[in-house]
Design a protein around this ligand. Structure first.
Ligand SMILES: [Zn+2]
Ligand SMILES: [Zn+2]
Length: 576
């Protein structure tokens, strides 16, 4: 086991809804593939995630559905958890931000900032409902957009024309809960002084220039250069953790203040030792996987909190992702445009999870926005997984079975004369895993997948060129055995290097078909990938096609099942 300790975090997910596939490729899946690679490579790996329970979106949804917000978030949290399990997201812990541990850490975190002089107090104007006797968060104020006249604009922004304006510009403002006219009123709040830490923050961002992806670095730089305004970190709602300060008893922390602290408290929930090793002691490496809309919070807002608090380690790498579209359009629940993950839990859903993961890997929005296309899922499954990867296993195993009774009777000794084809393939077995590992290491997962498929193609090419069937006819049995020996060993290597992406399939291939012991998905197994794992006298087991082809009929069925959005109200009602 390598000594380096790595913490991998996936952005905490809002539980006012259920994830669609854009959320999966936008952080959970890349974080999972990276975590699986780190375990396989032998790093002391911890992978944490959780539901972000607080915030006004959940309050609004609870109001709409007509249930207490605790009940809504607790139930949806469990649905989230099940979806990630179904997709094989290998969290060491998937918790949430509404726990005692989290409340304690958040409160202490804040008091430290307060003590260090990074908190200021001030007043802001907010809409107030005289009837409900409460200040209204932006999402609870509805009015007419001053720009386009859309009558359902919320607070200070219009989702129809994407414009942002000041609260006082919103026309005909009224309370979303009761419909009464809303009035602007002053309210006392606390602010995080971001400007004080900007020098140190900038130095930290600069130190990440060659580690972060260019779009992440430039976005962070842009925010710093534009100047950091103090940020209000309290809210006039009931849902969240109370601000532990005199005069603020009726306010809670802004969700973006407590949510990122969740990484710390969820790690602590997992184990006190891990919390100390990863967050307090020097030398650990923290990797944050975050969606496009979270980059600012993770490169500016949260690091400033950490720098000002002075207690915890900052992230080593920030893997910022972009957005995913669906068949050229934006995901839309109301228009049923997209792939909604709740349907993966449906009994009718029979899509193979590994082929799904493999396709999703090809569209991880690493450097730009990408597009989900069902036709591409079909093509990736049929031509890459069945045609290249599966084909190599299938033909190799079948020839070993038919020609040599399922046994490898070859041993690579010094007196064996290798031709150029053999030398090339032996060199591929010893060097390809290293190249693939470099891609994983940089979280370039699409590249890793491409290299894996290239590796399989090299194997197929080797068989084509060496033509063991012709060697058998010519009764060059030793030659044929040698070719199949190398082919079997490529298969074994492939199981290990592909294990972060298609873990279920490779485990079954390794154990049930290649007939090897151990588990190619286990920790610290990676170095076996560049070895010759198939020894003389080894017997293979059963041969079965490992990937199923997807035809149009099946594709239509997947599409129909998985594009059914989640009806929160119906679900909550069914569970009461
Ligand atoms: Zn508008
Ligand atoms: Zn009202």
């Amino acid at each position: 086991m390598k000594k380096e300790k790595r913490l991998i975090t996936s952005a905490l997910t809002y539980v006012n809804n259920i994830p669609h596939v854009g959320h999966i490729v936008g952080c959970h899946l890349p974080a999972d593939i990276f975590a699986r690679y780190c375990r396989s490579f032998g790093y002391d790996t911890t992978f944490v995630g959780g539901s972000d329970m607080h915030g006004t979106p959940s309050v609004v949804t609870a109001q709409e559905v007509g249930v207490p917000v605790e009940e809504l978030t607790e139930k949806l949290h469990l649905v989230h958890k099940k979806i990630y399990e179904k997709l094989g997201i290998s969290y060491d812990i998937y918790s949430n931000t509404h726990t005692k541990t989290h409340e304690k850490i958040t409160s202490e975190f804040f008091l430290e900032l307060y003590k260090n002089g990074f908190i200021s107090e001030g007043e802001i104007e907010m809409y107030y409902c005289e009837k409900d006797k409460m200040f209204l968060p932006d999402r609870f104020v509805v009015g007419t957009c001053p720009n386009c006249g859309y009558t359902e604009a919320n607070g200070d922004q219009c989702e129809k024309c994407d414009s942002i304006f000041s609260l006082s510009e919103l026309k005909d403002a009224h309370c979303k809960i009761c419909g009464e006219k809303a009035v602007l009123k002053k309210s006392k709040h606390i602010f995080l002084i971001l400007s004080k830490g900007v020098g140190e923050l900038d130095k930290w961002i600069e130190s990440k220039k060659d580690i972060w992806r260019p779009h992440v670095y430039s976005e962070a730089k842009k925010w710093v250069q534009e100047g950091l305004k103090d940020r209000c970190i309290s809210r006039d709602i009931k849902w969240g953790f109370p601000v532990p300060l005199k005069g603020y008893e009726d306010k809670v922390f802004y969700v973006w203040f407590d949510a990122p602290i969740g990484y710390i408290s969820i790690t602590r929930e997992l184990s006190e030792q891990k919390y100390e090793d990863l967050w307090l002691k020097k030398g650990s490496k923290i990797y944050n996987f975050v969606g496009k809309d979270n980059i600012q919070f993770h490169t500016v807002f949260f690091p400033t909190m950490l720098l000002e608090n002075k207690k915890y380690n900052l992230a080593y790498n920030m893997v910022g992702l972009n957005f995913l579209n669906y068949e050229g359009k934006k995901f839309s629940k109301s228009k049923k445009i997209g792939v909604f993950c709740n349907s993966l839990l449906d009994e009718k859903s029979d899509i193979d999870i590994d082929t799904f993961r493999a396709y999703l890997t090809t569209i991880i929005p690493e450097n730009r926005d990408t597009d989900y296309k069902w036709e591409d899922y079909k093509n990736n499954t049929n031509s890459e997984l069945v045609g290249k990867f599966g084909n190599l296993f299938n033909r190799t195993l079948n020839m070993v079975k038919n020609y040599f009774n399922g046994e490898n009777d070859f041993e690579l000794t010094k007196d064996i004369v290798l031709n150029d084809l053999d030398k090339d393939i032996l060199s591929a077995i010893t060097t390809m895993p290293e190249r693939i590992s470099q891609a994983y290491e940089k979280a370039e997962l699409r590249e890793a997948y491409k290299l894996i498929m290239n590796f399989a193609t090299l194997g197929n090419g080797y068989i084509e060129s060496s033509a063991p069937w012709a060697l058998m006819k010519q009764e060059k049995f030793e030659e044929a055995k040698k070719v199949l020996f190398f082919a079997l060993n490529i298969c074994a290597s492939l199981c290990i290097v592909a294990s972060p992406i298609i873990p279920n399939k490779v485990k079954s291939l390794w154990q049930d078909q290649l007939g090897l012991s151990d588990d190619p998905t286990s920790n610290d197994f990676w170095e076996n990938a560049s070895r010759l794992n198939i020894k003389k006298g080894h017997k293979i087991k059963e041969i079965n096609p490992i990937f199923e082809r997807v035809d149009d009929e099946k594709l239509q069925r997947f599409r129909a099942t998985l594009s059914t959005p989640f009806d929160i109200k119906e679900y909550i009602d069914s569970t009461r």
